[in-house]
Design a protein around this ligand. Sequence first.
Ligand code: ADP
Length: 175
Amino acid sequence: MGTEGITLWLTGLSGAGKTTIAVKVAEQLRAAGRPCCILDGDRLRQDLCKDLGFSDTDRAENMRRTATVAALMADAGLTVIVALISPFQDGREAARASIGADRFLEIHIDAPLAVVERRDVKGLYQKARNGQLSQVTGIDSPYEAPLAPALRIQTEHETPEQSVARVMTLLLNNG
Ligand code: ADP
């Protein structure tokens, strides 16, 4: 693995496994002495993006800010792991352009709605079904799956450890 900055952009429904995989990948990178950081959507919404809601416009702005920070961190030589639902194809393409296509790896953390609803890690889907929450991706807000991701991980069929190993292999093969 080299030391040039690169961004792993993990996209997928809430509860698909983005944060779980991001944290474990970061652990492995740190253990290997490779500087990295995680840009997690939930975390960014506590500060940098706390003025944003969940409308299409706000989600696009959320992606834009995240991509901007990722590009700066990649410039500094970090391996950046973005864990963001990032539901829109054009927003992710804008992120690729802003960060640079040669250092942007799109990874679809894929799990069917039925599976993420069963997991309901944050209780969002229950709230959405009860009518207590709107604009939930997959329920009443769209998710556009990547057409040609560098990697697609179907988390219903493998353990987090297996998923992490596949991300690490991708990274090894791409600098
Ligand atoms: P997200 O960040 O996408 O909202 P989380 O990582 O918070 O999702 O939650 C994903 C859940 O799915 C966790 O409870 C995790 O243990 C579980 N899970 C099952 N298999 C996998 C896998 N292969 N990769 C990642 N998470 C998985």
